[in-house]
Design a protein around this ligand. Structure first.
Ligand SMILES: [Zn+2]
Length: 642
């Protein structure tokens, strides 16, 4: 391939919207179907059953804070509006590709209540309107007001784009204009920002949907202002309004407001907040061509992926701050690894890929998507994990609902819009980030280009892409060569391409006039790999994790002759087995192992002699599919044989 590819590598690519992508029978078609048919409708049912919707009845006296203790529940949360926002967003993405009058009516029902609840000045937060109107905007450190509003803005944008109905969008524009009237650097305004980031990226979405620069200006203000003041804005706020809730975690690292964002170089604090902030920073870097923001994001990215990320794409080991601790602290059984954090890594990575076509971003997007995010929902689509540990003794069970149900709707909105993550383009370039049986309809400088992927990915690395083009389309097609792949081959109409020579930052570029019937074949070698962790990850010393392609595996007790902690992998090849009837259709791995015998230990806890062993076979399943059967032990990191 000519060297000119380097200089023509794109600076900013636009994601192809999910409405232009159709999944064909395969991995993501099944997951998007379950999301649409089960997850989204049952989430609305849960919102009803668990009393969420009544919080919007702002004319009625508020319910007591502590509700009767049920299987999940304790108290009402201040940020329930965010769950309506995320559910409406998920349902809207689904409506855009699969119209459904019943779902649309439910959204309209919620919009009616939100519109009714909104105050005359535009303020909209059902908690404060109903319970404590005097306290609004007095504790941005702990009370999530703009976080909730941001999720409603994202929902409103998605609903407008799906249906063309403006009512909810107009409600949220009034709310955002209210925020702008109260926050900023002008005299008389509060020079503050919300401790839980979210409004920033929502404002960029609102700007892109409406073209109104004032929304981008407000996003820029919130991002630029964060962590700049001495004394700290939250200290001043607490001084002016004493007696609020105790400081939730006690450090400003917790909310990434400890220093200006361009000076941050380590991922710290609450993991979801961090991912939302970095996503917004990437959006702003895209809009403004802000290289200082991009440079900060690169440092943060390096710190996350080099020091703080689980092999599953999960992050944030600690329950205390729902987030990051010291470097290399990646405990397995106690991993918090909130579903929302892996979901929002997908959001951040996707935005990074849009401003810098470097495969390390899509590599991690793919990793989080197929593992640490997807593990957050059951295969049937109606039970959830908040925490995604990498080891269990069977105590972790999926729940029907949660007193803090942020994760289910977050995952639902990601899966409902998944088509929007697989490809991007500009007038001269077309990039494929994720492989999936699908059809993608591009508009390349006004010319239609349809790429149809036929593949069993992620179970198989062979991908056949056929071109549909009513007229020839000159463009460079950038195919991601995944970081996990050591050997890739590409042919175009049967002719081999020089993959090594044509690859720039992990994408193989093929420049030609694409014509109807052109065929590209991509063969990604997908052996079973035994991954080892950096020696500083003490918890994983002398252990290996099994990975094949983008899928990380785990061992569940139910498939095996012994619990995983009794088993040790032998250094022999793994067998890859198609299991169409298991867990909705997966590929399992069978690996020779030794199995510790415990019968002769009786009441002994310690002894000089190691356990007797017998030989056997260990069966591993994809991590995302764990905890869908009877309770039992599970491990991702397995004892390595010699
Ligand atoms: Zn969550």
């Amino acid at each position: 391939m000519p060297d000119s590819l380097t200089t023509t590598a794109p600076r900013r690519l636009n994601p192809v919207p999910h409405t232009r992508v159709t999944f064909h029978a395969g991995f993501w078609a099944e997951r998007t179907r379950v999301n649409r048919e089960v997850t989204i409708p049952t989430q609305f049912q849960r919102l009803e059953e668990e009393g969420f919707i009544e919080v919007l009845d702002v004319d009625l006296p508020p319910k007591p804070l502590v509700r009767p203790i049920n299987e999940y529940g304790l108290s009402m949360q201040m940020f329930f509006d965010s769950d309506f926002g995320k559910w409406i967003e998920a349902a809207s993405y689904s409506l855009a590709t699969h119209p459904d009058p019943a779902i649309e009516a439910k959204i309209d029902f919620l919009v009616e209540k939100l519109d009714h609840a909104q105050l005359a000045d535009g303020y909209l937060n059902s908690w404060f309107i109903r319970r404590d109107p005097e306290k609004r905007w007095t504790n941005l450190r702990d009370w999530h007001e703009m976080y909730s509003m941001g999720h409603l803005v994202e929902g409103a944008v998605a609903y407008f784009q799906a249906t063309g109905k403006r009512r909810f969008l107009d409600v949220m524009i009034r709310c955002v204009d209210h925020i702008a009237s109260r926050f900023g650097r002008e005299p008389g305004k509060l020079r503050g920002y919300d401790a839980h980031e979210e409004i920033e990226l929502a404002l960029v979405k609102l700007f892109r949907a409406t073209g109104e620069p004032r929304f981008l200006d407000l996003a820029r203000y919130f991002i630029d202002e964060r962590g700049t003041q001495d004394p700290h804005f939250f200290d001043e706020e607490a001084r002016i309004h004493p007696g609020g809730k105790p400081f939730n975690f006690g450090t400003y690292e917790y909310s990434q407001s400890h220093r200006p964002v361009r000076e941050q170089d380590q991922v710290v604090g609450h993991a979801v907040r961090a991912m939302y902030l970095y996503s917004a920073m990437a959006d702003l870097a895209a809009e403004d061509g802000d290289t200082a923001l991009k440079a900060a994001l690169d440092k943060l990215w390096k710190h996350l992926t080099g020091r703080q990320l689980y092999v599953t794409g999960g992050m944030g080991p600690a329950v205390e701050n729902e987030g990051f601790t010291r470097a290399f602290d990646l405990p397995n059984e106690t991993a918090y690894a909130e579903t929302c954090a892996a979901v929002s890594l997908v959001f951040w990575a996707h935005r990074m890929a849009a401003i810098d076509l470097d495969a390390r971003y899509a590599d991690h997007m793919e990793l989080a998507l197929h593992n640490g995010a997807l593990s957050g929902v059951s295969l049937a689509g109606d039970r959830y994990f908040y925490e995604n540990p990498l080891e269990s003794h069977g105590q972790h069970r999926r729940w029907l609902w949660h007193y803090c149900p942020c994760c289910p709707t977050n995952l639902a909105r990601l899966v409902a819009s998944l088509g929007g993550y697989i490809a991007s383009h500009d007038d001269e370039n077309v990039a494929i980030h994720l492989y999936a049986a699908s059809t993608i309809d591009f508009d390349v400088a006004g010319r239609a280009l349809r790429l149809t992927q036929q593949t069993a990915y992620p179970w198989d690395g062979d991908i056949r892409i056929t071109v549909g083009a009513p007229e020839p389309v000159p463009a460079t097609l950038w195919l991601r060569i995944p970081g996990w792949c050591r050997k890739a081959a590409v042919t175009v109409n049967g002719e081999s391409a020089d993959v090594a020579g044509a690859t720039r930052k992990g994408y193989c570029g093929i420049n030609r006039r694409w014509e109807e019937g052109d065929e590209i074949r991509l063969a990604l070698d997908m052996p079973v790999e035994r991954l080892r962790a950096h020696p500083d990850v003490g918890m994983d010393a002398d252990r290996v994790a099994l990975r094949r392609g983008p899928v990380v595996y785990c061992v569940e007790e139910t498939d095996n002759p012994a619990p995983p902690q009794h088993m040790r992998l032998l250094g022999e090849a793994a067998e890859v087995r198609d299991a169409p009837d298991l867990l909705g259709g997966v590929v399992t791995l069978a690996v020779p192992a030794t199995i510790d015998q415990t019968a002769d230990w009786r009441d002994t806890l310690y002894r000089p002699e190691p356990a007797e062993t017998v030989r056997g076979t260990l069966t591993a399943i994809p991590y995302f599919a764990w905890a869908n059967r009877e309770p039992g032990a599970m491990q991702v990191w397995l004892r390595a044989g010699r």
